[in-house]
Design a protein around this ligand. Structure first.
Ligand code: PLP
Length: 382
């Protein structure tokens, strides 16, 4: 089976992990800050905080912005469930903003209309979470402008877009139009730490709060304590946090992976270019991706006739091609329908979902494998 995505692990990656096993620290040692420093430089962000998963990063981001009961958080319906669940962990309510049919990203024009209506009803969101679907940045300039006009916070979900650039060519993660950016290092993503995630921000208070919340809300610096320490052993829990730390084993793998980020991105872009050539003439629709060298190209999604999608998907799976569908609209999950969401509420997202098929795309996919994918697709489309 050729999977839709797969990690690429080198001899150097393995050596980096083994070196940590021989060291004094398996966790809370020097590998995490080292990984954070390199990642921050890549993103052009002053602060990077590594955590145990992308989901943990989303949760901590909400907590650091004081999202709680009574607050509203808006995101895209075409994303992994974690982008929406993070708000619910904090007791906030979730709503969705329909997507742009070409980019599959949250549509900034739909967002503007929904914000005007929400202002009239006194129901503005406290936080909007744009998701950079498949690796392409949302229109962050437009979203940033709306955030200033309507007074909401912005957390970018860049789990697909580590190493990407926005439409203006600035690195995703620099947070030029947001409070923070979240990414994931799950094995199918751009670089991996096994499980892992990260938040970047330009705001030092947010950075400090997240560093504290990822480790139980504990501080060790007497200046941050509410009173005098009892002695040199003393630490103080000044708010309720979690154990969302990344281990040194993971961070060492991540730092080693970052050395190959340019190669990973180049190979993904090369495969995309090849897909475009090979798919020309077939009855499939590609998603618009802006400048090719801006997207991180986490996913390669094609759209086929809705009535034929199931048969095409099954034919590809039968031919050992590990196609997938990204994503089932979050509002159609039973756990969201229970909250009152229903089919028809976000029609552009729902139509996209009926047509979408994700083809394999990962740095280790060779030309022969890609030819096999296209041949099986051409046959399935007949
Ligand atoms: C992968 C992913 C997440 C969650 O990341 P984990 O590291 O798996 O917790 C969140 N949002 C999006 C868009 C993702 O693709």
């Amino acid at each position: 089976m050729i999977p839709y995505g797969r990690q690429s692990i080198s001899a150097e990656d393995k050596a980096a992990v083994l070196a940590v096993l021989d060291s004094e620290w398996l966790t809370q040692g020097p590998a995490v800050p080292r990984f954070e420093a390199v990642a921050a430089a890549i993103c052009g962000a002053p602060h990077a905080m590594a955590v145990s998963s992308g989901t943990a990063a989303l949760h901590l981001g909400c907590l650091a912005l004081d999202i709680g009961p009574g607050d509203r958080v808006w995101t895209s319906p075409i994303t992994f469930v974690a982008s929406a669940n993070c708000a619910r962990y904090c007791g906030a309510s979730v709503d969705f903003v329909d997507i742009d049919a070409d980019s599959i990203n949250l549509d900034a024009k739909v967002l503007a209309d929904k914000l005007h209506a929400a202002r009239r009803d006194g129901k503005l969101p406290k936080l909007v979470i744009p998701v950079h679907f498949a690796g392409r940045s949302c229109d962050m300039e437009a979203i940033g402008e709306l955030s200033r006009e309507f007074g909401f916070r912005v957390m970018e979900d860049a789990c697909h877009a580590f190493g990407a650039k926005d439409d203006q060519g600035h690195p995703v993660g620099a947070c030029r139009h947001s409070d923070m950016t979240v990414t994931s290092f799950h094995p199918v993503k751009i670089v991996t730490t096994g499980e892992g995630g990260m938040l970047t921000t330009a705001n030092p208070e947010i950075a400090e709060r997240i560093s504290r919340l990822r480790s139980h809300g504990i501080v060790r610096n007497p200046e941050q304590m509410t009173g005098q320490p009892d002695g040199p052993w003393y630490y103080e829990q000044i708010e309720l946090g979690y154990n969302y730390r990344m281990t040194d084993l993971q961070a060492a793998l991540g730092a080693s992976q970052l050395d190959r980020l340019p190669q990973f991105l180049a190979r993904r872009r090369q495969l995309v270019k090849r897909y475009r050539q090979l798919l020309a003439g077939l009855p499939v629709q590609l998603t618009a991706h802006g400048a090719d060298d801006h997207s991180a190209w986490h996913l390669f999604v094609i759209r086929v006739e809705a009535q034929r999608r199931l048969a095409i998907f099954q034919a590809l799976r039968a031919a050992d091609i590990g196609v997938n569908v990204h994503y089932i609209p979050v509002h159609l999950q039973s756990d969201y329908r229970r909250l009152g969401f229903a089919p028809g509420m976000f029609p552009v997202a729902e139509q996209y979902y009926r047509e979408a098929v994700t083809l394999p795309l990962f740095p280790g996919l060779d030309d022969t494998g890609q030819d096999q994918v296209v041949a099986a697709l051409a046959e399935a489309l007949q």
